[in-house]
Design a protein around this ligand. Structure first.
Ligand SMILES: NC(=O)c1ccc[n+]([C@@H]2O[C@H](COP(=O)([O-])OP(=O)(O)OC[C@H]3O[C@@H](n4cnc5c(N)ncnc54)[C@H](O)[C@@H]3O)[C@@H](O)[C@H]2O)c1
Length: 339
């Protein structure tokens, strides 16, 4: 619980979010990694949280400590089908979507549906309730970017393979963005989009079904197994700790002049995957070997956001250095593995 308190405190630091007090907020994907931290922060801001999730990649474990709160309700539902709410919904955060590259080849249709049909359903709720909406898109909309475009600005249109293995995710998110844009154009709804770059932290899943690179490297290192790198390891990413990403998401919704905008939310500390593996290995003092596997098709070579827009309009920037975030995440996994 100490980790929880520290992360929530870090999310809420400097956040003037009185607007949420007594409001009703729908969080789709609220039992997932990011969604559960968002729900927990919103509960602390005295709002009434409706956490809607069908648990395909999320877990009740992420929210069980919230279920006894008066201002929290869990709704087990698939957002790609209609759902009606009795209460007026003031704010919506739409996060529901599988997000691990391991899921792209196993569940491409579900991923496409969550971001297209699911976004369309959410937009209908937004319209009906006159809610304020935030849609969580991804850095994947930029695909494998032209190096001359780095760091990536929101104005870059990306380089995406519409028939590639990642298309179910990146094209679905692009379609989700187009849906949001269409509802803004046609119905003048109050919506914004955040393009989240790789985020890690406690509650993220590991393993070859739902895992991502940071948790997988941590668990492989803790268990003295080979650290598996896809490709030569020279591809880059920039990793944001969960408290920074969630604070950015909340600010994107509450800042007055964010209607109709799209924001990159991510860290600018670009690092190669090989460096990341060595960093985690050394923080854990692990004797794991590094093993290189075949590269994943269409895996972006470089990824790093330009966050000038979020800095300027939202007054947001990441606060947690990579090593600090990794240490917290490592401790969390140590406790989880021991349990
Ligand atoms: N974590 C990151 O690094 C990252 C980066 C970019 C974008 N995002 C986006 O943020 C959102 C949350 O990602 P996450 O990392 O927490 O992933 P996650 O898999 O932990 O959470 C996603 C949640 O959505 C739920 N879900 C999926 N399909 C659903 C459906 N049809 N109906 C209801 N619930 C459904 C899952 O059960 C899960 O709880 C996703 O939209 C993802 O694309 C995350």
């Amino acid at each position: 619980m100490v980790v929880n308190d520290t992360i929530i405190k870090s999310i809420l630091s400097g956040l003037d979010a009185d607007v949420f007090e007594d409001s009703t907020i729908l969080v789709t994907g609220g039992a997932g990694f990011l969604g559960s931290w968002l729900c927990e922060a919103l509960i602390n801001l005295e709002s009434n949280v409706l956490c809607l999730d069908n648990l395909v990649s999320g877990s009740i474990d992420n929210i069980h400590h919230l279920q006894n709160k008066d201002n929290f309700e869990f709704i087990n539902h698939d957002i790609t089908t209609y759902f009606s709410f009795d209460k007026k919904i003031d704010y919506i955060f739409h996060l529901a979507s599988r997000a691990s590259p391991f899921e792209f080849s196993r569940f491409p249709i579900q991923i496409l549906k969550a971001n297209t049909l699911g976004t369309w359903i959410v937009l209908g709720i937004t319209l009906k309730h006159n809610s304020k909406l935030l849609y969580t898109s991804t850095s994947e909309v930029y695909g494998d970017p032209d190096p001359s475009q780095l760091p990536l600005k929101e104005t870059y249109n990306g380089n995406v393979n519409p028939l590639g293995e990642r298309a179910c995710y990146d094209e679905a998110k692009r379609a989700g963005e187009a849906f949001v844009k269409a509802y803004i154009t046609q119905h003048d709804i109050d919506a914004r989009i955040v393009r989240i770059f790789n985020t890690y932290g406690p509650r993220i899943k590991s393993g070859n079904l739902y895992g991502r690179v940071v948790p997988n490297f941590i668990v492989q290192s803790l268990q003295s197994k080979s650290i598996e790198i896809f490709g030569d390891g020279l591809q880059t990413r920039s990793f944001s700790f969960v408290s920074d990403t969630i604070r950015g998401i909340i600010l994107s919704l509450i800042k007055g002049n964010s209607k109709g905008e799209v924001f990159n939310i991510g860290s600018q500390d670009e690092i190669t995957i090989l460096e990341l593996a060595n960093r985690i290995k050394s923080l854990i003092n692990s004797n794991s070997e590094i093993k290189f596997l075949d590269a994943k098709p269409d895996d972006p070579r470089r990824r790093c956001p330009d966050i000038t827009k979020a800095r300027t309009i939202l007054k947001w920037q990441p606060m947690i250095p990579l090593d600090d975030g990794l240490k917290t995440t490592i401790e969390w996994f140590k406790n989880k593995i021991v349990q």
